[in-house]
Design a protein around this ligand. Structure first.
Ligand code: GAR
Length: 201
């Protein structure tokens, strides 16, 4: 059974989907801890499932490195096999990425490498393109630059707002995340060899 830590900042709808999937008998992974950099609404999902939560408030630390060290200390207590950044709106310090990679993955609401960063949905709308997407990647030292594990295109419809578009992206993100976690758990995805790749799937 693959053990998973999930890090969030917000509502945690992707976390919720993973918790629901993991509750189905036969799913080969389980969430062992949920962490956040702020008081995240998504903690409620963890509490509902009886999963421990770890709050490491970014603002209480002098540097990103100090915050990262404490986050690492508190998450590593649970010895997760995989760490999922699911709406964590903070960059991890480089030494933490090095410590956790390649068992460190991220969901992103765009078809990477298009529209990386904190505003993937807004940036796609602003660019006036007709389609965007959702991606699950291995985290590397850059911002949303790591090897792509799964991704799918999503059309942008006339009249879409950041909210309506993001709400159409999220169900796809959830499905991709669950598929990727399952594939990592079964060995279908080997993170070490995926991390060594430079091409898309
Ligand atoms: C998700 O769409 C996730 O991909 C995005 O934040 C949302 C969190 O939603 N993350 C990023 O944009 C990171 N660059 P949730 O809290 O409801 O799961």
């Amino acid at each position: 059974m693959l053990t998973v830590a999930v890090l969030i900042s917000g509502t945690g709808s992707n976390l919720r989907a993973l918790l629901d999937a993991a509750a189905v008998p036969g799913f080969p992974a389980r969430v062992v801890v949920v962490g956040a950099d702020r008081e995240a609404d998504g903690f409620a999902h963890a509490e509902e499932f009886g999963i421990p939560t770890v709050l490491v408030p970014f603002r209480e630390f002098e540097t990103r490195e100090h915050w990262g060290a404490e986050l690492r200390r508190q998450i590593d207590v649970w010895t997760p096999d995989l760490i999922v950044l699911s709406g964590l709106m903070r960059l991890l310090p480089a030494d933490l990425v090095d410590a956790w990679a390649p068992a460190l993955i991220n969901t992103h609401p765009a078809f990477l490498p298009e529209f990386p960063g904190a505003h993937g949905v807004r940036d796609a709308l602003a660019a006036g393109v007709t389609e965007t997407g959702a991606s699950v990647i291995i985290v590397d030292g850059g911002v949303d630059t790591g090897p792509i594990l799964a991704q799918e295109r999503i059309p942008i419809l006339p009249g879409d707002t950041e909210h309506t578009l993001h709400e159409r992206i999220k169900p796809v993100e959830r499905r991709l995340l669950i598929e990727v976690v399952r594939a990592i758990a079964t060995g279908e995805i080997d993170l070490a060899s995926s991390a060594a790749r430079t091409d898309a799937p």
